[in-house]
Structures are given as structure tokens and as C-alpha cells.
Design a protein around this ligand. Structure first.
Ligand code: AKG
Ligand code: FE2
Length: 219
């Protein structure tokens, strides 16, 4: 016969904690409950989920050690910008360097499907080796994002840096902190009507990695 007291007696403290907070079960937090949206002007918005990935150390170490990172100093988006950082782009049909990336991409695709109407399918990886690495002001405007609303979801690992945003036509900039495991999603018209950047920092900081998930034909 089912005896709830007998079940309780077998539960450990961790079971009780997990039971009280079911979202800690997987690698990623529950997006429906954990995302906070900041609406921006011109139909843009930013979603933030701090510590979306709870245990990212192994992911960081594996990516840092196994991804064939490439130096990037070239024309990017619609400007020629100085891009001191390392990158590696993974298309939809390529083998991605860690199973957690597919897991993240699938969770994000499911959550944003009602808005986006299509899945996120590519993973762009960036490595900012220290505070001198950065990316200048730009919108991700290669492809359909030049004229269509879209979503770019960014998972951050490693050192805390700032993602800055400013309206394309001029105006005050906003700053979002990107720490280890944090998720920041730019949506709506953000890539057309706003620009974003990872500014350099003067103080000494360790390496930061970002993983950007995008739909097909957006870069
Ligand atoms: O590293 C980031 O968080 C942003 C990267 C970015 O804006 C880009 O690669 O287009
Ligand atoms: Fe970007």
C-alpha cells in the first residue's frame, strides 16, 4: 500500500530541495518562468535569464580546448569593424562541439517558436581572450535580419562583460551584464533599429565566451 510517510523517510535533503524547485532538474532553467523582457523603442526588445545554464564550467573548458578558433579581423555586417576576438561558426548541418549546444538551441527554439515561427538553427561562437578583445557597434544584418524582425539568442560563459545597445539613429545606450551561464536574447526589430557591442574594458578580466543561436539566413 502507498504510504507517503515511508516515501518521505527515503527522501534526502537534495530530493526535498529539488522537489521544491523542479526547474533545477535539467542543465537549463525553465525559460517560461525565468525570462525578464525589457521592451526597447522601435519594436525591439531584450530578454534576460540570469544563470540560465547552471553548470557551465565543463562546457567552457571543453569549447575553449576543442573548438578550432579562428582569428577575425575583417569586414563584418554592414561596416568594416575591428574585431579582435576568436570565432567559429557552426551551421545547422554541421557537428556541433558539445551536446549542450543542441540542447540549448532546442529549448530556445521551442520557447520562441510562437514569436519567431521558425527554429534557431545555427551556433556562432566567440571567444574574448581578455578585456582588450571586443566587438564594435553593429547589428546582425547579414541576410533577412536587414529587413525582417528576428531573434538572436546569446548564451555567455566565463568572465562577466557588458553587452551595450544603442538606437541606430543615435540616443542613449543601455548596458546589460553578461555573466557565466546568462542568457540574453535580442528580438523584434533589434538588429535593424539598434546596434550592439561588447566594449573593451581597462581592468584585467579573464576570457569570456558567447554562443549565439540564430535562425537560418540570419547572421
Ligand atoms: O559576444 C556577444 O555577446 C555578442 C556577439 C555579437 O554581437 C556577434 O557576434 O554578432
Ligand atoms: Fe552581433
Amino acid at each position: 500500500m502507498y504510504d507517503p510517510r515511508a516515501t518521505m523517510a527515503r527522501m534526502t535533503l537534495q530530493d526535498v530541495l529539488d522537489f521544491g524547485a523542479p526547474e533545477v532538474a535539467g542543465s537549463f532553467g525553465e525559460l517560461a518562468a525565468g525570462v525578464v523582457r525589457t521592451p526597447l523603442r522601435f519594436g525591439a526588445w531584450v530578454d534576460v535569464a540570469p544563470r540560465w545554464l547552471r553548470a557551465g564550467d565543463e562546457l567552457f573548458e571543453t569549447l575553449a580546448g576543442t573548438v578550432p578558433w579562428q582569428a577575425e579581423r575583417r569586414q563584418m555586417y554592414d561596416n568594416v569593424v575591428d574585431v579582435p576576438r576568436l570565432t567559429k561558426f557552426y551551421g545547422a548541418d554541421e557537428t556541433w562541439p558539445h551536446p549542450l549546444l543542441r540542447e540549448a538551441c532546442e529549448a530556445l527554439s521551442a520557447h520562441y517558436l510562437p514569436t519567431l515561427d521558425e527554429p534557431l538553427v545555427t551556433a556562432g561562437l566567440c571567444l574574448y581572450r581578455d578585456g582588450r578583445d571586443s566587438v564594435a557597434w553593429h547589428g546582425d544584418r547579414i541576410g533577412r535580419s536587414r529587413y525582417q524582425d528576428t531573434i538572436v539568442a546569446i548564451l555567455s560563459l566565463g568572465a562577466t562583460r557588458t553587452l551595450a545597445l544603442r538606437p541606430r539613429g543615435g540616443g542613449a545606450s543601455m548596458r546589460f551584464v553578461t555573466g557565466h551561464g546568462d542568457l540574453i536574447v535580442m528580438g523584434g526589430s533589434c538588429q535593424r533599429t539598434w546596434e550592439h557591442a561588447i566594449p573593451k574594458v581597462a581592468e584585467s578580466v579573464g576570457p569570456r565566451m558567447s554562443i549565439q543561436f540564430r535562425p537560418a539566413g540570419v547572421r
